[in-house]
Ligand binder design. Structure first.
Ligand code: FDA
Length: 456
């Protein structure tokens, strides 16, 4: 690493890989590479990661008490690649002295709080290789004679953007996750929250109780985060009404049945990758209800029981506004007004609220936004989407030798698990293998002057 205008020895200072973002995806890769380095120190890869958060964090704003994982603990960061790894969830449990207690729970689904602690436990091993509190803002191609064989990864301190540094890398892996999606014309603020910030915002409001003027929260969305937000606010604000605005007739269950679940298997990635594009589209449509705008069945029943019990009690605090959608928010002197349109009555309902919570999901980020001058050299398909090789490397024009790998943003090529946890363990192994192939090739080229990666 060097200050922005410092000098580099052309290749000597370069990392074999710089990871942009240090969420679960790049953490799983850090582990895969570390385990390779331990096994084969002679071929060790030099890696570093840059993360904009001040410390490791996995969707901290949604670490709601009682919320559970949507995948089995066996889909931790390593087990499906190597169950003997010391980074398994089971090893974590043993180290925390909870292995027997967890077994007695008879559940495959730990709470998100516990899984976060597991991830944090893994991440702590990589503190020395992770620059926290820095945001990657630019990627600059580096090369000679028209060949780009390295990049400079420019990052700035989140606390002090004038503090810029550069890391030179032979490969990069973009693992920056998704970005919150907001309805058109609505922006987040003091009284309009995306679920990403739910816990921070709600806890702050709970502390200043006098701020609750309307005793009402409006939650917009029909997916898992929406249902969790409704449940959470209902518990944390026992005097408030919670209005759930859903476009469907109610919450629909996630299909987590065994055959459908196979869409999340590592083998499904192979099959999906090789399939023609109309088959890909069909599969994504058929199985959208395994992941998108659906809710865990137990939570649906729990919410329904609450609604029913409140009817019995004659005090209905949890209201479902079904077949409805948010058409606007208006800021008022003492809160915010949600304008909700019912598609069945064709009428608007105004909900004066203390806060509107937008559980409206996340969108993919085009990695080209970050790639700067490299972006035009990325190959694209006939829909303008980036083309990605099976080893998760972006296909580029021939003069680009630097490897640009993607973790996420590859649903169109690698399928529905692209932005999920399910295949992180196996995908990390694949990226590590690909890096090694390129690494070996580079060494051979240095020795005998030949071009092209050569596998041993
Ligand atoms: P993730 O978003 O976790 O990490 C990306 C990291 O990059 C972030 O830490 C971010 O700060 C950093 N970053 C971004 N831009 C940067 C830049 N320019 N410079 C430096 N750093 C940058 N999936 C699943 O399979 N099972 C589950 O149970 C759940 N549960 C779940 C709950 C909730 C509340 C949400 C919102 C999502 C899930 N998911 C999930 C899906 C979720 O996307 C997945 O669990 C992981 O977060 C994916 O990990 P990534 O590392 O790809 O992205």
């Amino acid at each position: 690493m060097t200050r922005e205008h410092g000098a580099f020895d052309r290749g000597g200072d370069a990392d074999d890989l710089v990871g942009i973002g240090f969420g679960p995806a790049n953490l799983a890769l850090a582990i895969a590479i570390e385990e390779h380095n331990q096994r084969d120190p002679g071929q060790a890869l030099k890696v570093g990661f840059i993360e904009q958060q001040e410390r490791f964090g996995w969707h901290r704003g949604m670490l709601l008490e009682g919320a559970t994982m949507q995948v089995s603990f066996l889909k931790d960061l390593v087990t499906m690649r190597d169950p003997r790894s010391r980074f398994t969830f089971l090893c974590y449990l043993q180290e925390r002295n909870r292995l027997a207690d967890f077994i007695n729970l008879k559940s495959f689904y730990p709470t998100r709080l516990e899984f976060h602690d597991y991830l944090d436990w893994c991440a702590a091993e990589f503190d020395a290789r992770t620059e926290y509190g820095r945001r990657v803002v630019e990627i600059r191609p580096v090369g000679e004679n028209g060949i780009v064989d390295m990049v400079d990864v420019v990052s700035e301190s989140v606390a002090n953007p004038a503090d810029r540094t550069v890391r030179r890398a032979r490969n990069i892996v973009v693992g920056t996750g998704l970005k919150p999606r907001l309805p058109d014309g609505v922006s987040a603020g003091d009284r309009v929250w995306h679920t990403r910030d739910l816990r921070f915002r709600a806890d702050e409001l709970a502390r200043r109780k006098e701020a609750l003027r309307h005793r009402r929260f409006t939650v917009v969305g029909a997916g898992q985060s929406a249902a969790e937000a409704v449940d959470y606010l209902h518990r944390v604000f026992p005097d408030a009404e919670i209005c759930a605005v859903v476009t469907r007739y109610g919450y629909s269950p996630a299909d987590d049945s065994p055959f459908a679940n196979r869409i999340f298997d590592p083998d499904a990635v192979d099959e999906f990758y090789a399939a023609p594009s109309d088959a890909k589209r069909t599969l994504l449509d058929y199985h959208a209800n395994t992941n998108y705008s659906v809710v865990d069945g137990d939570l649906i029943h729990q919410l329904y029981r609450t609604v029913y019990q409140e009817k019995v009690d004659g005090r209905e605090r949890l209201r479902l506004l079904n077949a409805s959608r948010l058409i606007g928010v208006e800021h008022t002197a003492d809160g915010v007004r949600a304008v909700v349109h019912s598609i069945t009555t064709d009428r608007d309902v105004l909900l004066d609220s203390d806060a509107v919570v937008l559980a409206t999901g996340y969108s993919h980020v085009d990695p080209r936004d970050l790639l700067g001058d490299l972006a035009p050299a990325c190959r694209t398909d006939d829909l303008g989407r980036i083309r990605v090789d099976r080893d998760h490397r972006v296909m580029t024009e021939d003069h680009i030798e630097v490897g640009v790998y993607l973790q996420g943003g590859t649903e169109h090529t690698h399928g529905i698990t692209s932005s999920l946890l399910s295949t992180l363990a196996v995908r990390s192994g694949e990226i590590c293998d690909s890096l090694l192939l390129r690494h070996t090739g580079r060494q051979l080229r240095a020795e005998d002057g030949r071009l092209g990666a050569v596998a041993e």
